[in-house]
Design a protein around this ligand. Structure first.
Ligand SMILES: OC[C@H]1O[C@H](O[C@H]2O[C@H](CO)[C@@H](O)[C@H](O)[C@H]2O)[C@H](O)[C@@H](O)[C@@H]1O
Length: 607
């Protein structure tokens, strides 16, 4: 009886959430996504960070707030003074972050198994601190979000999530894969399952997963890592029943990319990042207005902002990568963006991984017809990547520029993504494949990208954008290290270990100095220095950074040692740590939590 009731609650809750999402899409866009109020508030510099305004909660329903704003506009004949806009925002909006309540993950444990495999005592203590950080990065929505959803920009999801941290108060799509890698090592299986269920619920509603958990992110996606998340979860838990339930929705997301982000190149079907939204991003409103006014050379001036939103869809916002072969270091990067003309090697390598993994999933649940179909699709993609993106002379994969019918022969960390997905066509025999992988190291060594003291650079161009030199990003570093480590070449395996040691030590030294885990780091510094550049200050927390370090400590825990040679003198202990957006943690017993959840479920059913 208990099982059936809880199942009914879940189903009803799910439909309730879907209804809320639809209502929300209809109601909230005039304030959070476009319109005169958004324009006035952003131009009044209510906050330095444009994202803060669109994360605020409305104190009244949108219609009432819009009517009040129309009155104000009329009083001032369309020229509302800055002070009056600020007063209006103070009167009608609550502070950002008011959609969440304190939450301690019920499946959090003090001593997950993986800690005991870390032999260095200092690194082990640090890993234990990182395990504690999940409690600070956990977010649960308050009940009012589901009742008065149009007063919030957050997308209501039924299960709590782990967020990146700092200004990133909501879930992010591709960040969640790297977060989940860490959560599984922390044995937080229920949290992971809940996060994946949220994504499945969202796909049912939107057809795809938005960039992040806000209404203003719903017109673009991010690198499609959901299938990889499910693979990690199923491998860690053996929960095949969940796989059965999830598969149709995973396929639905796959076809979103195949139907809305597809492009034909020389008779081959490939994918690219292609949001068609050509209006300012609400969370970076002022920045986009500025970019529009500073178009210098782009050939596609009328659609500049769609290249900007497409760059956000790639997760690399921003990078000279998306200016393609025409990049000029003489002028600003963003007005040069031509993202929608570029066929990214990493996206296609991930899509190949997804096709092969869907084939594996179908085999696991005993649907051999579908398994064969997806395996054939995968093979075709692997051959296409090989023929279009592999460059035999340079020993590297490259992005392909559709408008020029040629590769963009420039180093980006993404060129190495196929090492991780191993999306090599089966026509290449095993020895050739290993040679193929091994010669990539020649390319990497020629560029010197493994020699930097602080990690592997995203690019070699110091453009001032955050996805360029000298920044190294945790997700890219992990995928390269794992790509090298899982090859059969001892040369590459050694390179992987060296890079892991460098990265872990750098992150740890930064943590000792500051007490923080950063979203990105500077490769030119040996002793752990945060990265910089781009349109917002470097953020701390940080979801994917913690997940990546945990993954590396898990892989190399018996070998890695803390290298104290450049240790900073001032040490901050974890008890002194704070993060800019962390919640106060109040322990609750699991029984109390169970009662609470049952009560909330019942309330929603009644409503
Ligand atoms: O507000 C500016 C941009 O911020 C996000 O991008 C960056 O942070 C994300 C969360 O860690 C990460 O997924 C992304 O790769 C980063 O570049 C956001 O995703 C952008 O859409 C947004 O415009």
């Amino acid at each position: 009886i208990i099982f059936n009731c809880s199942y009914c609650f879940k189903v009803l809750f799910y439909f309730k959430c879907c209804k809320i999402l639809t209502k929300k899409l209809l109601n909230c866009s005039e304030i959070y996504c476009k319109g005169p109020l958004l324009n006035a508030a952003q131009n009044a510099f209510v906050f330095n960070d444009s994202k803060s305004f669109v994360d605020m909660k409305l104190k009244q329903d949108p219609d009432a707030v819009l009517a009040a704003f129309a009155d104000l506009n009329q009083i001032h004949s369309g020229q509302i003074p800055v002070e009056a806009v600020k007063q209006f925002v103070a009167k009608y909006f609550d502070q950002p972050g008011s959609e969440f309540e304190d939450w301690v993950p019920l499946d959090w444990t003090q001593s997950p198994q993986f800690l005991s495999h870390i032999s260095d005592p200092q690194l082990r203590t640090w890993a234990s601190d990182l395990n504690v950080l999940w409690k600070q990065l956990g977010r649960k929505m308050i009940g009012d979000v589901f009742v008065n959803s149009s007063r919030y920009s957050v997308i209501p999801v039924k299960n709590p999530v782990i967020v990146p941290g700092g200004r990133f108060r909501e879930f992010y799509y591709w960040d969640s894969y790297f977060v989940i890698r860490g959560l599984l090592l922390s044995e937080m299986y229920t949290t992971v399952k809940g996060m994946i269920e949220n994504f499945l619920q969202i796909i049912e509603e939107f057809d795809f997963i938005p960039n992040g958990g806000r209404i203003y992110y719903t017109r673009r996606s991010q690198p499609p890592y959901l299938i990889a998340m499910v693979k990690e979860y199923v491998e860690a838990t053996g929960d095949k029943e969940f796989l059965n339930l999830a598969l149709p929705t995973l396929e639905k997301e796959y076809y979103f990319w195949m139907n809305h982000r597809n492009i034909e190149i020389n008779g081959h079907m490939l994918n690219y990042y292609a949001s068609d939204v050509n209006t300012p991003r609400p969370e970076s409103y002022r920045e986009d207005i500025y970019f529009k006014q500073h178009i210098f050379i782009t050939e596609d001036a009328n659609s500049l902002l769609s290249h900007v939103t497409s760059a956000c869809e790639s997760g690399w916002d921003f990078s000279t990568r998306w200016a393609g072969t025409k990049y000029s270091s003489e002028i600003e990067v963003v007005p040069q963006l031509l993202t929608r003309t570029i066929i990214p090697v990493d996206l296609n390598s991930i899509m190949a991984f997804n096709e092969r993994t869907l084939a594996e999933f179908y085999r696991i649940i005993g649907n051999n017809t579908q398994a064969t179909t997806f395996y054939e699709i995968y093979e075709k993609r692997a051959q296409t990547i090989e023929s279009i993106m592999w460059n035999q002379d340079d020993n590297s994969y490259y992005d392909y520029v559709a408008t020029e019918n040629s590769q963009n022969k420039v180093y980006f960390a993404s060129n190495m993504n196929p090492l991780w997905t191993k999306c090599f066509p089966s026509t290449v025999n095993v020895t050739e494949r290993e040679e193929h992988i091994a010669i990539i190291i020649i390319y990497i060594q020629t560029n010197g990208v493994l020699e930097y003291p602080g990690g592997i650079p995203t690019s070699l161009r110091p453009s001032g954008e955050q996805w360029d030199f000298p920044n190294a990003w945790p997700p890219l570093v992990l995928l390269i290290i794992e790509g090298l480590a899982t090859s059969n070449s001892s040369l590459l395996q050694n390179a992987a270990l060296q890079q892991a040691s460098k990265w872990v030590n750098g992150n740890y030294k930064a943590y000792l100095k500051s007490g923080f885990m950063f979203e990105k780091y500077d490769v030119t510094q040996a002793d752990g220095v945060a990265g910089s550049g781009g349109e917002y200050d470097v953020q701390v927390g940080f979801g994917w950074t913690n997940g990546v370090v945990m993954s590396l400590l898990d892989r190399y825990g018996d070998t890695l040692k803390f290298d104290s040679s450049t240790t900073p003198s001032v040490e901050i202990t974890s008890s002194e740590m704070t993060t800019s957006s962390c919640n106060v943690i109040r322990p609750i017993t699991s029984q109390a939590a169970l009662l609470y959840f049952s009560f909330i479920s019942l309330l929603f059913c009644i409503l």
